[in-house]
Design a binder for this molecule. Structure first.
Ligand code: AMP
Length: 112
């Protein structure tokens, strides 16, 4: 299922891209929930965590390492949060797996 994120990968709609490699793309969330809010996505069209297979292990690892590198580049030395919303109950709205990298403020727990 193609989503708006596929259009960002294809450069059909603009985004504030902060990182790219062969497997992953990262760009600033259009509606940020923290001073730093970056979305890290696999370029492969994976709908959600529930759709992952063993073939996705390397790509998912690359995205997590990329998130760590982006957090450092964004100056989040005090900490940050990396979140994946999965499915309707998880609050996922865009059907293309994405990590939310949130930082720059103190996070509360538990999430809503
Ligand atoms: P989720 O609810 O986990 O599916 O998160 C989807 C996220 O995508 C939300 O935080 C939206 O603000 C963000 N978003 C939707 N469209 C765009 C876009 N065109 N560029 C950047 N972020 C977007």
């Amino acid at each position: 299922m193609s989503s708006i994120f596929s259009k960002i990968i294809a450069r059909e709609i603009p985004a504030d891209i902060v990182y790219e490699d062969d497997d992953c793309l990262a760009f600033r969330d259009i509606s940020p929930k923290a001073p730093v809010h970056v979305l890290v996505i696999p370029k492969r069209e994976i709908v959600s965590l529930a759709d992952l297979t063993v073939e996705d292990e390397a790509v998912m690892g690359r995205c997590v390492v990329a998130a760590s590198q982006i957090a450092a580049a964004e100056g989040l030395g005090g900490g940050y949060r990396l979140i994946v919303n999965c499915g309707e109950d998880g609050g996922q709205e865009v059907p293309h797996l994405h990590f939310h990298l949130l930082g720059g403020r103190k996070m509360s727990w538990p999430p809503g």
